[in-house]
Design a protein around this ligand. Structure first.
Ligand code: HEC
Length: 136
């Protein structure tokens, strides 16, 4: 219902505002344990193959805008491997963490020629960055 969803969005804004207040006025988008600003640097290793901005082109890999919460293998016009196309899930922080740590092990047969980000803190920063870019 229209009014209902308006109320929900007001509630969400109030909640967000209080989260920002509690965290001491920090307004930068930051996931629980990752630093999006630091993650931007980690993303440099992805840029050869991926764009992140809304409507950005596919390169060797698909555009990653909105990747957190997006169905795996769902960018129109990108030729995915069956491994990604048929993964059958939406990317959340946990799934991205597993995949980006070791892509080959997480989704055998996927064609992302990338060894992975082995450092746990860097991966958390990277995912915080992917998340913050998803809402721009
Ligand atoms: C050498 C090129 C290359 C690099 C570097 C690379 N990727 Fe990829 N990526 C790909 C390709 C190709 C695919 C599609 C894989 C498939 O279909 O099997 C992909 C797929 C993905 C997917 C799944 C997308 C979807 O729509 O389901 C994510 C998420 C992803 N990459 C994130 C990253 C991140 C984050 C980095 C940097 C840490 C990175 N990739 C580095 C080539 C690359």
């Amino acid at each position: 219902m229209r009014n209902g969803s308006y109320a929900v969005s007001v509630m969400r804004n109030i909640l967000l505002a209080s989260v920002i207040l509690i965290s001491g006025g920090t307004v930068t988008a930051q996931a629980a344990d990752g630093d999006a600003a630091a993650g931007k640097t980690v993303f440099n290793t992805c840029k050869a193959c991926h764009t992140i901005e809304a409507g950005g082109p596919n390169r060797v890999g698909p555009n990653l805008h909105g990747i957190v919460g997006r169905k795996a293998g769902s960018v129109d016009g990108f030729s995915y491997s069956a491994a990604v196309k048929d993964a059958g899930y939406e990317w959340d922080e946990q799934k991205l963490d597993t995949y980006l740590k070791d892509p080959k092990a997480a989704l055998p047969g996927n064609k992302m020629a990338f060894a992975g980000v082995k450092d746990d803190a860097k991966r958390a920063d990277l995912i915080a960055y992917l998340k913050s870019e998803s809402t721009k």
